[in-house]
Design a protein around this ligand. Structure first.
Ligand code: SAM
Ligand code: SF4
Length: 349
């Protein structure tokens, strides 16, 4: 990835060399952590080409899976340490049985926002139940608006059912519904301009995501990568656009307005415009590991600690150490980048 022009991360090392034992969850570079991604399963009913290989895959065994009680205990400790928002993800989170029970439990803890990222295939049947349990909104992954292309990218399911899921989410009030589009050269980049009228028609916010080297089948390569600026140029070739001030919590997405339509869309330049300097995220995997970065090569195993009768104070210390150890940036612009120890489907996107 040495040909990539990457926006640098400007961060100063914290003057305090010693990890604080109270106050907000802060790392060595003064980044305060307030957002938690919980992967509730590593299983998936799709096999998207940018994420998983085709066929049957080994998955985390039932006894290694965090129970809802265990997830809620970790979430309660993290809430006390300053986590404000939670996103449920996977694998495909809607495959986890009785997910609404987990949402109920998380909602009782009083988070400001509980959201979910899904491929949308099972959403139509459960959208209103999830909303009633306390889910606020959903992001739906949808990389093509053409049936055939959808099938070749996602390898399972079908476009119609995902669109029904999207409609059900809107009807249930899981809004604003955001649509995630992973952009791949020679696959769906020719379709990007079509997502503007789609967003206008469906009242959704589309976000184009740079393809990241986090697929478990090693399919990422520079020639399949479409950087932020090219995504923008492609949309600009059809729609007159202007920057828009809207920002997500930790600003991973930069927003623009397609002026003739008034559609606002986002681009997430995780690689070419990395946002490590404002990253406020922590990730909990379905088998109980806490990770301070999507690209991290190490993680803290909380599962054993949870099951060995450790106190909340002991867990809190481990959590603080995990955050304190966060690197300055994810390093995808470095020569010889060490591949993350787990793919996206296991870490939770
Ligand atoms: N299964 C759910 C879904 O597809 O929305 C949730 C999990 S998925 C890992 C979370 C998000 O990561 C999705 O929006 C997906 O498109 C995105 N994603 C997966 N692999 C990716 C990759 N290699 N590069 C960029 N985004 C990726
Ligand atoms: Fe499954 Fe989501 Fe990965 Fe697609 S992106 S294979 S739906 S986990």
């Amino acid at each position: 990835m040495t040909n990539l022009k990457v926006q640098p991360t400007y961060l100063k090392l914290n003057e305090r060399k010693i990890m604080p034992l109270d106050g907000p969850l802060v790392d060595r570079y003064n980044r305060v952590h307030s957002d938690l991604r919980i992967s509730v399963t590593d299983r998936c009913n799709f096999r998207c080409i940018y994420c998983l290989p085709d066929g049957n895959l080994p998955t985390v065994s039932k006894k290694m899976l965090l129970s809802f009680e265990e997830i809620i205990r970790v979430a309660r400790i993290l809430k006390k340490l300053g986590i404000k928002t939670v996103r449920l993800t996977g694998g495909e989170p809607l495959l986890r049985r009785n997910l609404s029970d987990l949402i109920l439990g998380l909602d009782k803890l009083g988070f400001e926002d509980i959201s979910l990222t899904t491929n949308g295939y099972l959403l139509a049947d459960c959208a209103s139940k999830l909303k009633a349990a306390g889910l606020k909104r959903v992001n739906i992954s949808l990389d093509s608006l053409e049936e055939d292309k959808f099938a070749s990218i996602r390898r399972r399911g079908n476009l119609k059912t995902v669109l029904e899921g999207l409609d059900a989410a809107k009807l249930a009030g899981l809004t604003p519904v955001k649509v995630n589009v992973v952009v791949m050269a020679g696959v769906n980049e020719d379709e990007l301009i079509d997502f503007i009228p789609f967003a206008s028609k469906t009242g959704t916010t589309v976000r184009f995501i740079e393809f990241m080297p986090l697929d478990s089948n090693g399919s990422w390569s520079l020639d399949k990568f479409v950087p932020f600026d090219s995504i923008l140029n492609k949309i600009n070739s059809k729609w007159k656009i202007e920057p828009c001030q809207i920002r997500d919590n930790s600003a991973p997405s930069r927003y623009f307005r397609a002026m003739e339509t008034d559609v606002v869309f986002g681009i997430i330049g995780s690689i070419s415009k990395q946002f490590c300097s404002t990253c406020d995220r922590l990730r909990l995997t379905s088998d109980g590991s806490l990770r301070n970065c999507l690209f991290a090569t190490d993680e803290t195993n909380l599962l054993g600690e949870l099951r060995n009768g450790n106190s909340d104070q002991e867990l809190e210390l481990l959590i603080r150490k995990t955050v304190w150890g966060k690197k300055i940036a994810h390093g995808t612009d470095q020569i010889g980048l060490a591949k993350p120890s787990r793919p996206m489907s296991m870490v939770g996107g």
